[in-house]
Design a protein around this ligand. Structure first.
Ligand SMILES: Nc1ncnc2c1ncn2[C@@H]1O[C@H](COP(=O)(O)OP(=O)(O)O)[C@@H](O)[C@H]1O
Ligand SMILES: [Mg+2]
Length: 356
């Protein structure tokens, strides 16, 4: 066994499932294959297993008898695959960094509003950003005067939960997504349910992007952008998520179905496929470069990118812990493996370089 360990920091429930191999959407075989490729050994542990200043940790390592908890030297480089929202784990991770550990994707969970603000500071990215405001009742009113269709989304939503749509019609406005299976009609006064939701957590109000469609259903793209074994950012894969009939959210968790980019672009024979792919890749790389100037040790992100019907990329969101299952669902096994191989390669690069 190669004894250069690469740490994979995982959450509790993920950790518990390691012995039986049923680790949700994370594929242990893909990690092992990535380790072999790069000549390092992945080891898996939780935040509570590692402490500043301690030279050894107990972590799961694959042995000939399956995954075993082994006492091993604390790895110098760690990929954070946890998804914490609280301050305490954030501080604990920071302390490990201050102790000299190189933890990439040090933090994974950034508010959508904060990411929008960071991207707005780069003038060349602004044309790709939907008009966005913090959702107060008055901001929503102002946006209703400017746009016929709006999205309301929790600042820290994920997998499409809690997202609503506002739509202007001949007879007033319709609110979709707040009540199951039906739209709420209103005119001047915002429905009480909106006011209630705004009080419960921070929301953003955003222009609804006119997304390109496939079979009449809107789609957007999941773009995996990662740093690789040379330390450079690269586009690892692009998958298209198509909303289920009648839906406005494309999330796989909301019934979205994954296709290849080429497949959905068949709906637009007037577009040059390679030019569109290049435009998406170039834009996504620029987003990654820009964000990595502000967010510590960013190395693995999954962007949601919309396309207009002219093939112009529009930013929807940046995921710090890409769930990766779009690529599994979309039947792209090589891309799926590559998504595991790159961070392991990047970890090896960090091990061997003085680069911080
Ligand atoms: N401004 C927007 N215009 C059009 N569709 C949007 C917009 N914002 C979100 N959506 C749709 O809702 C989905 C979920 O929104 P997103 O911002 O990615 O939040 P989440 O973190 O819940 O995935 C997107 O993948 C897209 O299909
Ligand atoms: Mg999303």
């Amino acid at each position: 066994m190669d004894q250069r360990f690469i740490g994979i920091l995982v959450g509790d429930s993920w950790y518990r499932r390691i012995p039986n191999g049923r680790t949700y959407h994370e594929s242990l075989p893909c990690y092992e294959k990535a380790g072999k490729l790069h000549g390092v050994t992945p080891c898996y542990f939780r935040l509570k297993d590692i402490h500043p200043g301690q030279p050894f940790i107990t972590a799961y390592v694959k042995t000939e008898e399956g995954y075993k908890r082994c006492r091993i030297p604390a790895p110098a480089v760690i990929h954070n695959r946890t998804l914490y929202t609280r301050k305490r784990p954030k501080l604990a991770i920071r302390r490990l960094v201050e102790d000299g550990k190189r933890i990439f994707n040090e933090w994974n969970r950034y508010g959508k509003g904060y990411i929008h603000q960071l991207l707005m500071t780069e003038p060349t990215l602004r044309p790709h950003l939907p008009h966005t405001r913090e959702a107060t009742p008055s901001a929503i009113k102002e946006m209703m005067a400017l746009f016929p269709r709006l999205i309301l989304k929790p600042n820290s939503s994920s997998i499409g939960m809690g997202i609503m749509k506002l739509e202007r019609t001949e007879h007033g406005w319709l609110l979709h997504g707040a009540a199951k299976g039906r739209a709420i009609a209103f005119r001047e006064t915002l429905p009480a349910v909106i006011r209630r939701k705004l009080k419960s957590r921070p929301y953003l109000v955003q222009q609804l992007l006119p997304l390109a469609t496939y079979n009449g259903r809107p789609f957007d793209l999941r773009v995996s952008v990662q740093r690789n074994e040379t330390g450079d950012w690269q586009i690892t894969g692009i998958a298209a998520k198509v909303a289920k009939p009648g839906a406005f959210r494309t999330n796989v968790a909301q019934g979205g179905v994954v296709y290849t980019l080429d497949k959905v672009l068949e709906a637009y024979p007037n577009l040059h496929k390679e030019a569109v792919r290049h435009g998406i890749s170039d834009f996504s790389l620029r987003v990654a470069y820009h964000l990595s100037r502000f967010l510590p040790q960013l190395a693995d992100i999954g962007l949601d990118v919309g396309l207009t019907e002219h093939g112009f990329p529009m930013f929807i969101e940046c995921n710090g812990r890409d769930l990766r299952y779009s690529f599994q669902q979309g039947n792209m096994p090589d891309t799926f493996q590559q998504i595991y191989s790159n961070p392991v390669g990047f970890a090896k690069y960090l091990l061997e370089s003085g680069d911080r």
